[in-house]
Design a protein around this ligand. Sequence first.
Ligand SMILES: Nc1nc2c(c(=O)[nH]1)N[C@H]1C(S)=C(S)[C@@H](COP(=O)(O)O)O[C@H]1N2
Ligand SMILES: [Mo]
Length: 197
Amino acid sequence: MAIFSPGFGGRRRSTNPALPPGQYEEHGFPVLTAGPTQRIRTDDWRFTLTTESGASKQWSWQDLMDLGPETIDTNIHCVTSWSKFDTHWRGVSVDKLMDGVDTKAGFVMAGSYGGYTTNLPVADLLGGKAWIAFEFDGEPLAAEHGGPARLLVPHLYFWKSAKWVNSLRFMEHDQQGFWEALGYHDHGDPWLEERYS
Ligand SMILES: Nc1nc2c(c(=O)[nH]1)N[C@H]1C(S)=C(S)[C@@H](COP(=O)(O)O)O[C@H]1N2
Ligand SMILES: [Mo]
């Protein structure tokens, strides 16, 4: 006996236009981490940006706060098929970190405390699409969710939002990060279901 009935339209389709294909709405906030949770004090926290020419720039926690944080209200989409609507964050846009940075690179490798990496096109980090986020729901971001600060790139699957992020390395040629090297997509647009490469 079949455990599901294909007669009633087969796979259930969401009527919610905010839900990308193959996703369901999650009300909790699952924790997904490959490896141990990193615990970094804001006093010790540093963030480094390196361009393709080798030039680098570094920020302390206070430097980050001085860049002018903003509020971000957004939906997030995990490749394991949960989506969470209307999440509230505070963070500094990557545009602000990029102010005055001279690069023609097309790609970025984001790196984290603990060694996690993920690659993204530069275009997906600029234009108000990506942040270094340090508050969730009005509270300091919990270590389990990447606090003190994580990358937040809500228009791509959530594995691109590197927890405990501490670097952006600009690259002329795309290279693969942790999950990408294991078969996940180099881009990861949930609306195009770019799950695997
Ligand atoms: N440093 C780091 N960042 C990471 C991960 C990880 O394992 N390590 N997992 C990614 C994946 S696969 C997802 S779905 C989200 C999960 O974020 P959450 O635990 O806050 O829900 O973080 C992403 N960022
Ligand atoms: Mo994920």
